[in-house]
Design a protein around this ligand. Structure first.
Ligand code: IVH
Length: 698
């Protein structure tokens, strides 16, 4: 980039020209970022442009006209909707791509249920829109919410009421007192094209695909605007229901239809894998003529009692799977490789591409995964590459078209130092001597890229969810030294009150936006424990592991005490080892995190500002909640996986071996050493029938 002229040397006319040029450039980057989700510049570069634009306005105040970009907030309206907690979480589906994987899914389900032959499945198109939950009470629509993070969504009742085909009152008899109908809100191709035509005519940004069109329409604060952007709905699932009106998924869909709710016609109950795959092909053959986007076929176990027995693994249903359509592909030229530094120091190469349309979306970036991938595919700058995009997945570079390689193109040399802090970037080796594929910056706490990414993670939606502290704001506050650590976020208001240079007096800010920002920070001083743990950004501690830790320890102090002790104390380490589902890599990361003195200090400072709420156990009232249980011997009424999942749902911990910590052993015929050990230790032993009685299922 050309070095800009120092401000004092600029003539007013030059400043005006540069300001206008920058304004166009920034608006284009905003469009790519917010509408296409495909930025072409790094965040740092974007910020440089933005800062220069603002400096020009400060030096030449005439440029700060009412339509200046400094008067607009970049992000779309979002924080203004009321939050709705889902009584029954809105979870997701696992994906499969190959036909063999469908067979594996069916086998898994059959095995889990201990059946001799597979149960019936229903095949339904997977609609590419946004899922929504519509709550009907005594037949009347009372609330509609988006999925959000699956546990908490946004109240979009007023907007859903503008969708003509969603009944305000359900028809027919036998309607449960409470019924949450779940399904997909989507936009048709025709409506999407018309919307984009209006956008174009009004000089407004063009939307990338119907899904973005539907999302934008649904999240309008003014329902009048939603009404101008016609949306549709298909019902395919449910949340809280006071009395289920059917015993099968297909029966529920029939019931929805009788109530006047729109359901998709392409559903079919299948009695074999062959029938499932035939329905997949039949749906795929109609894909391009449906008039709306679908991105695969969902297979669900038809019987609801079996669905309930199967339950969920982590956040996905065990009783359903999405069979996705193959990804779409295109070729383009790779112009450069940018190295991004993530929260954990991982150096990730990103391909900068000549923009190309793949499956209706303009793509100008693609992931190159890591150093070995680039070497394996021998990707060089200037190469023509084939790229692929599948649904929400980040576009990938598949291969290089060798015959199109420009003469003189050199093999790519992956940097061995961090592009941000200059520290050495190394590849770790594990105990077995295997080299990690990821090269990491060793700068740790001194690497600003990592610090900024950690802050972004801390504030992000599934972590503390601090509204008004988006990525751009964090980068700005960080660059200015206003917020360097998570604790700084919570002292911002206090410091601002004392500062001669108030935030509210800045360009682009105002009293209201600063007041809102401070209010949303205040609102997060008592975060749920699992979110708080997740927000810390400990390696290998994603949302699921954070939830496991929170459930096990109940309070942050308890976790911290045990994790610190676990570095040297065998018992404490054994307690971590016994947490169901938490693997050795995650445990090691937790212990290392708490053993790091800088983290200790940062935590003390943070806990002086923030008090995580203690977490309740999964089900505190069940007679086995909090108990450590071992299952041994063979079972007659359920499979091993099923009984384990059942125990976990009731808040119990399932262990693989008997120890002093075991509270209960459930033993079936053929139980051996574990049973003997339990007897030696004086642990209570019961059989399968007694287990079912104890949990109230016998
Ligand atoms: S069932 C527990 N059925 O796919 C599973 N989902 O990855 C509940 N979707 O968030 C969802 N068509 O937005 C189901 N026929 C269908 C669907 C469908 C689209 C979406 C939905 C969900 C996502 C799951």
């Amino acid at each position: 980039m050309k070095k800009p002229k120092p401000l004092p040397e600029l003539k007013a006319s030059e400043a005006k020209a540069e300001h206008a040029r920058l304004g166009r450039e920034i608006a284009e980057h905003d469009r790519r970022y917010y509408q296409d989700d495909a930025p072409v510049v790094s965040d740092a570069e974007y910020d440089r442009l933005r800062r220069r634009y603002e400096e020009l306005e400060r030096a030449f105040p005439d440029l700060a006209t009412p339509d200046s970009l400094t008067r607009k907030v970049g992000a779309k309206p979002s924080d203004k909707f009321k939050k709705v907690r889902h009584k029954v979480p809105m979870l997701s589906l696992g994906n499969v791509f190959a036909e063999e994987e469908v067979g594996e899914f069916v086998a898994r389900v059959t095995r889990f249920l201990g059946l001799a032959k597979p149960p019936d499945f229903i095949a339904e198109p997977k609609i590419d829109g946004l899922s929504c939950s519509l709550r009907y009470e005594r037949g009347a629509l009372v609330q509609a919410a988006t999925r959000g993070d699956g546990y908490e969504g946004e109240d979009v009742t007023a907007n859903i009421r503008t969708i003509g085909e969603v009944p305000q009152k359900l028809k027919g008899g036998g309607i449960p007192d409470v019924m949450e109908v779940r399904g997909e809100v989507y936009m048709t191709h025709a409506d999407f094209a018309a919307l984009n035509e209006r956008q174009r005519a009004a000089g407004k940004p063009i939307l990338a695909n119907p899904r973005n069109g539907a999302a934008g329409a649904l999240r309008q604060l003014d329902p009048k605007i939603t009404a101008e952007r016609p949306l549709h709905f298909f019902a395919y699932s449910w949340g809280e229901v006071s009395a289920l009106p059917a015993k099968t998924q297909s029966g529920m869909l029939d019931f929805f239809r009788r109530c006047g709710l729109p359901t998709n016609k392409l559903t079919k109950v299948c009695h074999s894998i062959e029938e499932m795959l035939a329905q997949y092909r039949a749906i795929e053959a109609q894909r391009s003529s449906l008039g709306y986007d679908i991105d695969g076929v969902v297979y669900k176990v038809d019987r609801i009692d079996l669905q309930e027995r199967l339950g969920f693994v982590s956040r996905s249903a065990r009783w359903a799977v999405a069979h996705k359509f193959p990804a779409e592909r295109a070729t383009t030229v790779l112009r450069g490789i940018e190295i991004q530094v993530g929260r954990t120091g991982a150096l990730t190469p990103v391909a900068r591409l000549d923009p190309v349309t793949v499956g209706g979306v303009v793509v100008s970036n693609a992931t190159l995964h890591n150093e070995d991938e680039i070497a394996r595919k021998d990707i060089r700058i200037g190469d023509t590459v084939r790229i692929q995009r599948a649904g929400d997945v980040i576009p990938q570079v598949l291969e290089v078209l060798q015959d199109k390689r420009p003469r003189g193109a050199k093999p790519y040399e992956f940097p061995h130092v961090c592009p941000v802090c200059g520290s050495a970037a190394l590849r770790e080796t594990d105990e077995k001597g295997n080299e990690d594929v990821v090269r990491r910056c060793t700068g740790g706490l001194i690497c600003e890229a990592q610090a900024v990414e950690r802050l972004k993670h801390f504030c992000s939606r599934n972590a503390l969810d601090i509204e008004g502290l988006g990525d751009k704001q964090i980068e700005m506050f960080f660059a200015e030294g206003l917020v360097r650590t998570a604790a700084d976020i919570f002292t911002l208001a206090k410091r601002d009150a004392k500062s001669p240079q108030k935030l509210a007096e800045r360009e682009g800010y105002g009293d209201t936006s600063v007041r809102n920002l401070f209010a949303s920070i205040e609102a997060r001083r008592h975060p749920p424990l699992n979110r708080f743990i997740y927000a810390l950004g400990i390696r290998h501690i994603g949302e699921t592991n954070a939830r496991r830790l929170a459930r096990h320890f109940g309070t942050f102090e308890a976790l911290r005490k045990t994790a610190i002790k676990a570095a040297t104390d065998f018992e404490a380490r054994a307690e971590l080892d016994a947490i169901n589902g938490l693997g050795p890599t995650a445990i090691k990361a937790v212990v290392e995190f708490f053993a790091e003195p800088h983290n200790e200090q940062a935590l003390d400072a943070l806990l002086a500002e923030v008090t995580p709420q203690p977490m309740e156990a999964v089900e505190t009232t069940s007679p086995v909640a909090g108990k450590t249980i071992v299952f041994t011997g063979s079972l007659e009424r359920m499979t091993r996986d099923e009984i384990k999942a059942q125990a976990e749902r009731l808040g119990a911990k399932v262990a693989g071996s008997v120890s002093g910590k075991t509270d209960l052993v459930v033993a079936g015929p053929g139980a051996g050493t574990k049973l003997n050990k339990a007897r030696d230790l004086g642990i209570e032993v019961i059989d399968e029938d007694a287990w079912l009685k104890r949990i109230g299922a016998g």
